[in-house]
Design a protein around this ligand. Structure first.
Ligand SMILES: [Zn+2]
Length: 528
């Protein structure tokens, strides 16, 4: 096994070689690099050092997203009178046109106005199918041909190639972590070279103007659609700037510094895709001062509360026609951005010219009046945890049943040791433990939890708390005899400050957290 650091160096070297030695007549290799990088950030992979699976259809969908704006007529600097708008499409292949562009152009002419509209298009599956072959035979296979020879550093080629029908690729162990770590660099390189390629294609010369305009056209944020975001966010924020919380100037246009502007909460430069839940309204000067910095943790928590919690549905409803709406994806992207910032000790923007150092927060989330020491007391298993020598073992508490339904009594007097599940990331027997689910209330949604499932849980301690909003959490309370009772629910904060505990199975009613309850452990995953 090579070390993670060596692998990261090899990764950078490989990407550099790929850009030089790869042979492409179309711009697909840039799109594929960009696509894989995006997916690594958007798709939560619990264990970042493990191999990561990506569905071919997810990649094809991502290609359509990336090429969407590229498939509109480019008119900026054209002096010739062009009557056929198809002639105003920039060529993305030196020998004709890239098939993705042609197909997306057709879609747009059939009335599908945005990528988000395409996601809900009734012929979505047919479109994906029609482009899958092109994708598999072209970029997926060719990306890793360096100077004509296969070098499968990113993913194995087994099952790829002409005539095959692969459903997925699997990124080699550690590769998704490299993409997350070096996302900015990979995307910047691929976009820069992509633009250069478009400029050098002869057939594009008559259409093209300056590079800055081309960049804005191909990779800019959708400025026109941003106009619809402003009134919504002004309303949600009661006219206050998201960052400094002071009133924005909604009337006097002379004082432009205080005029509301739309800011990408996770900066567009960091993650160049418009996601509806990523917008906040801020003073022009606050926005300019923040530039491409990530905002401080206090702002992050407020953003989570405003856009992913209280106003989540409203934002989706209002912005759906214009922007891609996926609150889970927004959350995954922000988690990624803050993780990278923490690991590189980046400076986070607090306010005008002031910064804080990115380090893990110690914000502990508890329900009102939950006594902190008690939490730790009960959380600590009664037996001492041995240090583990060979294969990592985790404590398993057969008598604790994490109830999926109603609170169930359990105790931690009995403990066994089981092998730590593979692919679950860094585990620590002092923090991570196993227990079984019991009941049916979490049997629903995208990731159902079934009666009897073995759960990998992480104790919530003051040094690994973070925000628990939207997460699945084991909640504890004492029964009359003083024994612990445990319940698994998703936690949401309500506008009135209370917390609601939501079951994934709609047959179970939402509970409101009360003072007797404490957050005990967060669910890491169901062990298969
Ligand atoms: Zn402000």
């Amino acid at each position: 096994m090579i070390s993670a650091m060596q692998q990261q160096l090899d990764f950078i070297a490989y990407i550099q070689r790929m850009l030089v030695e790869g042979e492409f007549t179309a711009t697909y290799k840039y799109a594929l690099l960009h696509a894989i990088a995006d997916i690594c950030v958007e798709q939560q992979n619990e264990d970042q050092s493990a191999p990561m699976e990506i569905k071919i259809d997810t990649l094809v969908d991502k290609f359509i997203q990336l090429y969407w704006n590229h498939s509109m007529p480019y008119a900026a600097h054209s002096t010739d009178i062009i009557t056929n708008t198809e002639d105003m499409l920039l060529k993305q292949n030196s020998q004709g046109q890239a098939k993705f562009i042609t197909e997306i152009y057709k879609l747009q002419n059939a009335g599908v106005k945005s990528y988000n509209a395409f996601k809900n298009y009734q012929q979505y599956n047919q479109v994906i199918s029609s482009l899958r072959r092109t994708f598999i035979d072209g970029p997926l296979w060719r990306l890793q041909l360096l100077s004509g020879k296969e070098e499968c550093f990113l993913y194995p080629h087994i099952l790829l190639g002409k005539g095959r029908e692969p459903k997925r690729i699997v990124l080699n162990a550690g590769i998704s972590q490299c993409f997350r770590r070096f996302y900015d660099l990979v995307v910047h390189l691929s976009v820069t070279e992509w633009i250069e390629k478009v400029q050098t294609i002869k057939a594009n010369q008559t259409l093209l103007g300056s590079q800055s305009q081309l960049q804005e056209f191909l990779f800019g944020s959708n400025r026109t659609a941003l106009k619809v975001v402003t009134p919504l966010l002004i309303d949600i924020q009661n006219g206050l700037c998201f960052y400094c919380q002071k009133p924005m100037n909604l009337k006097n246009e002379k004082e432009t510094k205080k005029t509301p502007e739309i800011d990408h909460f996770i900066p567009f430069k960091r993650y160049p895709n418009d996601l509806a839940h990523n917008f906040v309204a801020a003073h022009a000067d606050c926005n300019n001062n923040k530039r491409d910095h990530l905002a401080a943790f206090a702002h992050r928590d407020r953003w989570l509360e405003q856009n992913l919690d209280i106003h989540k549905a409203e934002i989706t409803n209002k912005l759906q026609p214009y922007f891609y709406c996926d609150a889970d994806k927004s959350l995954a992207v922000s988690n990624w951005a803050y993780q990278v910032a923490e690991s590189s000790s980046a400076k986070l923007w607090l306010g005008k010219n002031s910064f804080e150092q990115a380090k893990p927060t110690a914000e502990l989330f508890t329900f009102p009046n939950a006594p902190q020491p008690e939490l730790n007391q009960v959380a600590e298993p009664a037996v001492s945890l041995k240090s583990v020598d060979e294969a990592l073992k985790l404590p398993y508490f057969p008598n604790i049943k994490i109830a999926c339904g109603h609170f169930k009594t359990g105790d931690s007097s009995d403990v066994e040791y089981l092998d730590a599940p593979l692919g679950a990331g860094k585990l620590d027997p002092n923090v991570h433990f196993l227990a079984r689910a019991s009941g049916n209330s979490m049997n629903g949604g995208k990731h159902p939890i079934l009666d009897g499932d073995l759960l990998l849980l992480e104790l919530i301690t003051s040094d690994r708390a973070g925000s628990l909003r939207g997460q699945i959490v084991a909640i504890e309370r004492d029964d009359i005899s003083g024994d612990g009772q445990y319940l698994l629910r998703k936690v949401n904060k309500l506008p009135n400050g209370q917390y609601e505990l939501v079951a994934q199975n709609p047959d179970y009613e939402v509970m409101i957290a009360d003072e007797s309850m404490r957050t005990f452990a967060r669910l890491k995953q169901v062990v298969l």
